[in-house]
Write a protein that binds this ligand. Structure first.
Ligand code: NAP
Length: 542
């Protein structure tokens, strides 16, 4: 008899999705085990603890909405919560709902295999631990497969060096360790949302900071501030209204596009509105703008011009300013990094921008970074080079479905999914926030809750009806995959290269395909609800 531990469901990952899924399945009375790579809960917020790491979502729209008690107990300290506070919050959740007892930490799942005869999944961790369950639920995150650059010599550097998502822990375990950047020669490669957050902090303390930039992003002001006691009391009173607003918005935020064209208003009115939004906190200037700025290239060009002028006004050296202005995409066509004083950093004497389009990196050396013109000597070198986005956290696990079919092969030309929650040949395999899922372009916890609740209802349905196997049909997954492509056609996201499109300079083998769902969170939820109401239409359930 097998001694492999047996569960009703195994969840991979103890981030925001995995924690809530565990709670909900336990409430249903299921025997559940979570396997987590890290040594604690938190997922994204556990791994990303570099200085400056914080929400780009309003904090009070980000927390879990399912426990009234938790909502009243927790006080957010800042409008955009810094990472250590978020970890403190998630620690409170884990303690309050006693989640850790059902989580195996330091256990990276490396293999998951469907056993047709037993109708069970067997997982194996890197440490060789095995477990079996009828259902396998992934909560592996969209941006968790760390991607180092493919530059010669990355292992040669003798100073302190790591990827931003591997920043060491501080003593308390919530935040990141002080690695001693003060007065040192610090180098950062990468200027995406992560690099931008880190660079602002590093510039405050480094003796000299060298930023290695390939292509710049359009950043926009976050406008963070502390939350006063009065504000927090008001937020607590208004949680139902806040969450309602998020539910009704296209991407789960408090912001919604203005249903007007930039061309319907005068030049003065448009400029004044852009200026108003620029002074507002968070993503409003992106997701609360005129609706055609994200659909019509001519409308986007007007907003892009406004944002470029803002960069020019913030950077003193006009030549440098031009290097910081993207020329290959418009504002909001890629994920917008939020900044506080990012552009002003380049007015400081202790900061140098190395434009890698002019002087490419040739190699990493023992002493630093060798570009085509010189060797930049450094004490610390940080890689803010991003992730094998969306699909990487799946394809780095050896996932085998019916008849030995590999998920990696199925997705070789881009993901093929039904609702971004499952795929044919992979029965009882449910992917929270998987590729093509409505939660991928969303204020993520808002849509995570929708995903988790839908999966939990499915689990209850199957238990009540004594059903044991669910698998999307080929027809349903083809239709959904086509719908994902069609619904992104109008969006400017597909007109440029970014991680949304699966483009990663370090992964030339990755096929260009839209990995998210651009139909909007309300439409996605309506579709999922309809599928459930029709007895899980599009799935073969038995
Ligand atoms: P990213 O957006 O993919 O940026 C990676 C950066 O590294 C880019 O500037 C890229 O240049 C550069 N790079 C990659 N390989 C390189 C190489 N070989 N040589 C030189 N430069 C190289 O990754 P990220 O900044 O970690 O952000 C990823 C996503 O995480 C964000 O878009 C966002 O969704 C999320 N995030 C969220 C928050 C938040 O909510 N607060 C904070 C941080 C990140 P190219 O673009 O030219 O390839």
């Amino acid at each position: 008899m097998s001694t492999t531990p047996q569960y009703d469901a195994i969840i991979i990952g103890a981030g925001i999705a995995g924690m809530y899924q565990l709670y909900r399945l336990r409430e249903l009375g299921l025997k559940v085990r979570v396997f987590e790579h890290g040594s604690d809960v938190g997922g994204t917020w556990y791994w990303n603890r570099y200085p400056g790491c914080r929400f780009d979502s309003e904090s009070y729209t980000y927390g879990y909405s399912w426990s009234k008690e938790l909502l009243q107990e927790w006080n957010w300290k800042e409008h955009f919560s810094p990472q250590p506070d978020t970890m403190e919050y998630l620690d409170l959740v884990a303690r309050k709902f006693d989640l850790r007892k059902d989580i195996t930490f330091n256990a990276r799942v490396s293999k998951a295999t469907y056993d047709e005869a037993a109708n069970e999944w067997e997982i194996e961790t890197e440490n060789g631990e095995r477990a079996r369950a009828r259902f396998l639920i992934t909560a592996v995150g969209v941006l968790s497969a760390t991607q180092m650059p493919r530059i010669p010599g990355v292992d040669k550097f003798k100073g302190i060096s790591f990827h931003t998502s591997r920043w060491p822990k501080d003593e308390k375990g919530f935040g990141g360790k002080d690695i001693g950047m003060k007065g040192k020669r610090v180098g950062v490669i990468g200027t995406g949302a992560t690099g931008v957050q880190l660079i602002q902090e590093a510039a405050k303390v480094a003796g000299h900071l060298t930023v290695f930039q390939l292509a710049p992003e359009f950043c926009a002001p976050l406008r963070n501030a502390p939350i006063t006691d009065d504000e927090m009391a008001h937020i607590k009173e208004n949680y139902p209204e806040i969450f309602k607003k998020c539910r009704e918005s296209s991407a789960g935020f408090m912001h919604n596009f203005v249903m007007k064209s930039v061309f319907e208003v005068s030049d003065e009115e448009r400029e004044a509105f852009f200026e108003y939004l620029y002074n507002r906190p968070g993503f409003e200037k992106w997701l609360g703008n005129y609706v055609d700025t994200m659909i019509d290239p001519r409308a986007n060009a007007l907003l892009t011009d406004f944002m470029a002028r803002k960069i020019r006004s913030r950077v003193k050296d006009p030549v440098l300013a031009e290097k910081l202005i993207p020329k290959n995409h418009g504002f909001g066509m890629r994920r917008v990094p939020m900044d506080t004083n990012y552009y002003e950093v380049y007015n400081q004497d202790n900061v140098t921008l190395v434009d890698l389009r002019e002087t490419p990196i040739e190699t990493i050396t023992e002493k630093g970074v060798k570009t085509s013109d010189k060797e930049h000597e450094l004490d610390i070198l940080i890689y803010a080079t991003g992730f094998d986005a969306v699909t990487g956290s799946f394809t780095r696990i050896d996932i085998t479905g019916v008849g030995g079919k590999k998920l990696k092969d199925k997705w070789a030309d881009g993901p093929v999914t039904y609702l971004g929650i499952g795929g044919h040949d992979f029965p009882n395999f449910l992917t929270l926030v998987g590729p093509h899922n409505g939660a991928t372009f969303c204020n993520i916890p808002r849509c995570i809750e929708q995903n988790v609740e839908w999966v939990s209802d499915l689990m209850k349905y199957m238990r009540d009806k004594k059903l044991t196997r669910i698998e999307p049909t080929v027809k349903a997954e083809n239709e959904w995959t086509e719908h994902v492509a069609e619904s992104s056609q109008n969006s400017l996201f597909t007109k440029t290269d970014s991680w949304f499109m699966g483009v990663n300079i370090n992964m030339p083998e990755k096929k260009r395909a839209f990995l998210l769902y651009a139909g909007g969170a309300p439409a996605y939820k309506a579709k999922c609800d309809e599928v459930a109401a029709k007895g899980y239409e599009g799935f073969e359930v038995r």
